[in-house]
Design a protein around this ligand. Structure first.
Ligand code: SF4
Length: 209
């Protein structure tokens, strides 16, 4: 990669774009809402059940001018969801500023394991055991989304819930490949612990991206 591209990436004026698409947010607090998804490559958090492993190697995803991504989003949506990969591996100050100047709401989905950047209308934190969030992510979280892959994940979810701010919404979401086994446990858990709500990957049931 040439020096100019490296510098633009550092400034957030280019990002390793994996894909961008207009769809319906399937998960969490904004389920059912139309949004433009911007998936940025690069992640070393290493969840063994990850359903976007092809995002992990940032070098496979072409550095793309952020202004172009913003222009594309502006053709479709009032809300953008920046996801990955792990989007906070990159500086997101520039993209969020450009989006908000166009009156587009900025949402992020992140493990919170990297330095905070960007200005967010909605911050969805999904902590992973393999690389825990940094303190700032717990402070910023509007929504805590805990993935339940096995029984011990309930304990981890409670631990993470004790770290977020008081206003943060709490969601338990079954990991897709274990959903048949985990959904009954989650239903039971939420009825006993009603501070939590259930999040399902409804886009997968709807067969949309
Ligand atoms: Fe996959 Fe997200 Fe885990 Fe990274 S943090 S490995 S993208 S599920």
């Amino acid at each position: 990669m040439d020096l100019k591209t490296q510098e633009l990436i550092k400034q957030g004026k280019m990002l390793p774009l994996m894909e961008e698409f207009y769809t319906i947010q399937g998960e969490g607090a904004h389920t059912g809402t139309a949004a433009y998804f911007i998936r940025i490559g690069g992640c070393d958090v290493g969840c063994h059940w990850c359903d976007v492993k092809e995002s992990w190697d940032a070098n496979l995803h072409p550095p793309t001018h952020t202004d172009l991504i913003v222009d594309n989003a502006n053709k479709y949506a009032e809300t953008v969801v920046v996801t990955g990969g792990e989007p906070l591996m990159w500086s997101l100050d520039y993209i969020t500023k450009q989006l908000q100047e166009k009156n587009i709401k900025t949402h992020i989905e992140t493990s919170g394991a990297y330095k905070f950047s960007g200005v967010w209308d909605w911050f969805c934190l999904s902590p992973k055991k393999t690389k825990l969030p940094l303190q700032r992510a717990y402070e910023e979280a509007d929504e805590l989304k805990m993935i339940i892959h096995n029984k011990s994940d309930f304990e981890f979810a409670e631990k993470e819930a004790s770290r977020v701010n008081d206003k943060c919404l709490l969601y338990l979401q079954p990991e897709w490949s274990k959903r048949d086994k985990m959904i009954p446990l989650i239903i039971d858990y939420v009825m006993k612990n009603p501070k939590w709500k259930i999040s399902l990957q409804t886009h997968k049931y709807l067969n949309i991206p």
